[in-house]
Design a protein around this ligand. Structure first.
Ligand SMILES: [Zn+2]
Length: 307
């Protein structure tokens, strides 16, 4: 499912097709996804509108139309994706934007096989911001370490489901929560309020690093899931450390990665290294794997013929 890096990649891919260009027409193919507007009204608002900006808030794609046309928000949620090109995966188009004038991408399709995404319209930035704030904490790339520490101090829930709670911080899902906790050496079942301030600092730094590396890799793809706007797979799962690597040796210490179900998370697996991420009560010592880790492998390492 698209998390912050996938949605950020979508937004960056959409900008050349949308920003500064005029929408000739918007077609709602499936009004099941419309959250707070009717198809004819949305089509009328968008027709002839200039797209002034495209950006991301948490896992929202925000398409700003020049005033007074309002703001279109699309949440891809489980299976939503945007396509600027023909793709064999784009068989479930729910909305299409046709753009005016010359440009490499005449159409922008929003595709969503399971129809779990959501399309909304807001009158302006304040209304969109108010709607976001009602159901979301700060964006994971914006939150400060102090704010994160204060939010974690308020809950005894295990840290993994807390990181997935969009009201605590927005943008992190199952893949990146596992990677962040591994990088910061924190067991996924540690009670959130029991994580001390230095460890919260490590986690905050890990959030920034992991998300930046995933954005650089254009996100994570497996099966017929997420693709970029050009129909390409994201590359993060070729370089990540724990997610979907159950049984493989930890890249830091070579202990086999554990794949487990943990309390508070239904239907989702958690992956962690039992040595790098000791359970509650065991503090890593200077000899522990966490503190003598090798630098992580990175997509930027020059491989054979790469650079
Ligand atoms: Zn390890």
């Amino acid at each position: 499912m698209p998390e912050l890096p996938e949605v950020e990649t979508m937004v960056r891919g959409l900008r050349p097709a949308l920003e500064g260009r005029t929408i000739r027409s918007l077609e709602v193919v499936d009004d099941h996804l419309l959250a707070n507007c009717e198809a004819p009204a949305l089509e009328l608002k968008a027709r002839g509108a200039l797209v002034s900006a495209v950006h991301r808030r948490g896992k929202w794609v925000v398409i700003e139309l020049a005033p007074p046309r309002g703001i279109i928000v699309i949440q891809p949620r489980m299976t939503g994706a945007f396509y600027l090109v023909d793709s064999e995966l784009a068989r479930h188009i729910r909305l299409t934007l046709s753009m005016s004038g010359p440009g490499p991408y005449p159409k922008v399709h929003y595709n969503d096989p399971r129809r779990l995404g959501r399309i909304a319209w807001y009158a302006g930035p304040e209304e969109a911001e108010a709607a976001f704030s009602k159901s979301h904490g700060p964006d994971a790339l914006v939150i400060t370490a102090d704010d994160l520490a204060a939010r974690l101090a308020r809950t005894a829930r295990p840290i993994k489901p807390t990181l997935l709670d969009q009201k605590v911080l927005a943008g992190i899902g199952n893949i990146y929560a596992d990677e962040v906790l591994h990088r910061s050496g924190i067991h996924p079942e540690r009670p959130s309020h029991a994580i001390d301030r230095p460890a919260v600092g490590r986690m905050h730094r890990a959030i920034g690093e992991v998300l930046a590396e995933a954005i650089e890799a254009e996100g994570s793809s497996f099966d017929a899931g997420y693709r970029t706007v050009l129909g390409l797979e994201g590359g993060f799962l070729a370089v990540n450390h724990v997610y979907a690597r159950g049984g493989e040796p930890c890249k830091t210490c070579e202990t086999p990665i554990v794949r487990a179900r943990i309390a508070g998370l239904i239907g989702r697996s958690t992956h962690y290294c039992p040595a790098c991420q000791p359970p509650a009560g065991i503090t890593p010592t200077p000899e522990s794997p966490t503190l003598r880790r090798r630098p992580p492998r990175s997509a930027r390492d020059p491989g054979p013929g790469g650079g």
